[in-house]
Design a protein around this ligand. Structure first.
Ligand SMILES: [Zn+2]
Length: 154
């Protein structure tokens, strides 16, 4: 057994006011800026052991970036996803998984291409995109995945 994981945090500069904030990898609510109270971009890394906590129990939909260090297109997609996570701060969370360090997740999500991108809501995969795409295509893909289904209450 490994030691209990310490709560992990990262430092995020607020896009609204420039204040640097500590943001936890996992939390029950969306992180907000301590200064201006706007939602902060929420970007976290996860692996086999903390994916459930960081991604499946997220209070907002999650974009999962399954990537690898040796993958060239991943280096193009990661900044595009970070841009979306910043544009949609408070609405989506970005969770990055390095698949070579997370064999159980690679198997669970049947990753055959990197990057593989997922949208998860309440722990369920609601959209999947194998391969890289430009930011405009990713934005459309995300909008489509998250649009209310017909019959949902407005
Ligand atoms: Zn702020």
């Amino acid at each position: 057994m490994s030691a209990p994981a310490k709560p992990r945090t990262s430092v995020v500069t607020c896009p609204h006011c420039g204040r640097r904030n500590r943001v936890p990898a996992a939390a029950a609510s969306v992180p907000k800026c301590g200064n201006c109270h706007n939602a902060l971009p929420w970007i976290a890394d996860a692996g086999d052991d903390d994916f459930a906590e960081v991604a499946e129990r997220s209070p907002i939909p999650v974009v999962v970036d399954l990537w690898a260090t040796w993958c060239g297109p991943c280096r193009m997609v990661s900044p595009a996803l970070e841009q979306l996570a910043t544009e949609r701060a408070g609405d989506i969370k970005l969770v990055k998984v390095e698949i070579d360090a997370a064999p159980r997740l690679a198997q669970r999500f049947e990753v055959r291409a990197v990057p593989t991108l997922l949208v998860m809501r309440d722990g369920e995969v609601i959209a999947r995109q194998p391969g890289a795409a430009p930011v405009a295509a990713l934005r459309r893909w995300l909008d489509q995945a998250l649009q209310p289904k017909e019959g949902d209450k407005q």
